[in-house]
Write a protein that binds this ligand. Structure first.
Ligand SMILES: *Cc1c(COP(=O)(O)O)cnc(C)c1O
Length: 379
């Protein structure tokens, strides 16, 4: 049987260079980076090298990088941390209907603490409108959180423009760049962002690693309290091997981004063409051009997403119904509902996400497997 992995937006295999760097860190660098002796100093160097690699990949300064346990924690630190630090200025936050649950649920939690959250709708392609965002800003708005690119449908938001508006109005701006990192350019200065989330396991790094970019001069309150690590914004003895692995993964992701994006978009276009031409009544979700190179989300009315995933798995092709976090639940994806799909169509959708493992042969096999599975479910 085949084993074709087309779920890279859920997680990615850890690349060889990362495993080697981590193994070496675990073997050779056991010291505590806060210790002043040579054992500590050696490890501190490795952590700071990873910080430089991370900063360089997104055009930030090393002192603007705060290592976290991944994307969820970085999103929470940005949103809850900014809300707590700036609550005296106002209690209004703006986000969008298609954000990852790490952002949406952090915002909902703040609502229970007396904050007011405006959730902007998106258009049929999943994009937030910069004009609509501008109209939503108020004198008491302290934070805007809009994702760079969507994890289910791949739509890219006009982050530069939104960031420009926020800066003019003196409002903090956070973006979740978990899916865009390594696929399109992520430059904190071009994007005009104050806070930016990245994670390791979507870019061939280890799970449980990531970082929050906090622009110099921006005040954020910590969520946990303890020692002075990460300037007391994220205290706790550093996950040294994880940080080293993350630093290696992000360095390679940034250096290979252009080439990989071109390869992946070629494969993605091939998949989309095959599917649209061979399966009647197919709907491709997301923006036609402002899209990530590796994600293709389709709806096949008259089928069921969970059954498509199972049928494809039976043929050796691993895909997902969208966000892995909600797999198994019967609720349609909040993203597909937000772009205007009817409940039945939203529930008849699958996401293919390509990556380093994907070959042209895989794409052809997957398209044929999909055609057979859709046909079977529709008959
Ligand atoms: C995967 C993902 C996250 C969560 O990151 P973890 O490191 O798994 O906590 C957040 N945002 C987006 C857009 C994601 O795709």
């Amino acid at each position: 049987m085949r084993n074709i992995y087309m779920d890279h937006a859920a997680t990615t295999p850890v690349r060889r260079e990362v495993i080697e760097a981590m193994t070496d860190a675990l073997r050779e660098s056991f010291g505590n980076p806060s210790s002043v002796h040579q054992f500590g100093r050696t490890v501190r160097k490795r952590v700071e090298e990873a910080r430089r690699n991370t900063a360089e990949a997104i055009q930030a300064k090393p002192k603007e990088i705060y290592f976290t346990s991944g994307g969820t924690e970085a999103d929470n630190l940005a949103i809850l941390g900014a809300a707590r630090a700036h609550a005296e200025k106002g209690k209004h936050i703006v986000t969008s209907a298609v954000e990852h649950h790490a952002v949406l649920d952090a915002c909902h939690f703040l609502e229970k603490q007396g904050f007011e959250v405006t959730v902007l709708p998106v258009d049929q392609f999943g994009q937030v409108s910069a004009q609509q965002l501008e109209s939503a800003l108020r004198d008491d708005t302290i934070l805007v959180s809009i994702m760079h690119a969507n994890n289910e449908i791949g739509t890219i938001n006009p982050i530069e423009e939104i960031g420009h508006i926020c800066r003019e109005r003196g409002v903090l701006f956070h973006t979740d760049a978990v899916q865009s990192l390594g696929k399109i350019k992520v430059d904190v200065n071009r994007l005009n962002v104050d806070l930016l989330t990245v994670t390791g396991h979507k870019i061939y790094g280890p799970k449980g690693t990531g970082a929050l970019f906090i622009r110099e001069g921006i005040k954020i309150d910590p969520l946990v309290h303890g020692g002075g690590q990460e300037k007391s914004i994220r205290p706790g003895t550093e996950n040294v091997a994880g940080i080293v692995g993350f630093g290696t993964a992000i360095r390679l992701a940034a250096s290979e981004q252009e080439e990989e994006a071109e390869r992946l978009s070629g494969l993605r276009d091939r998949l989309v063409d095959e599917v649209i031409h061979s399966i009647p009544d197919t709907r491709l979700n997301g923006h036609p051009t402002m899209r990530l190179p590796h994600i293709a989300n389709f709806s096949f009315p008259g089928t069921d997403g969970e059954m498509l995933v199972q049928g494809l798995d039976f043929k050796g092709v691993a895909v997902s119904t969208g966000s892995a976090c909600t797999s198994g639940s019967v609720d349609p994806s909040h993203v597909l509902v937000a772009i205007g799909l009817e409940r039945g169509t939203a529930l008849a959708s699958v996401r293919f996400s390509l990556g380093v493992l994907t070959t042209q042969e895989d794409v052809e096999y997957a398209a044929a497997a999909l055609r057979e599975t859709v046909q079977m479910l529709r008959s």
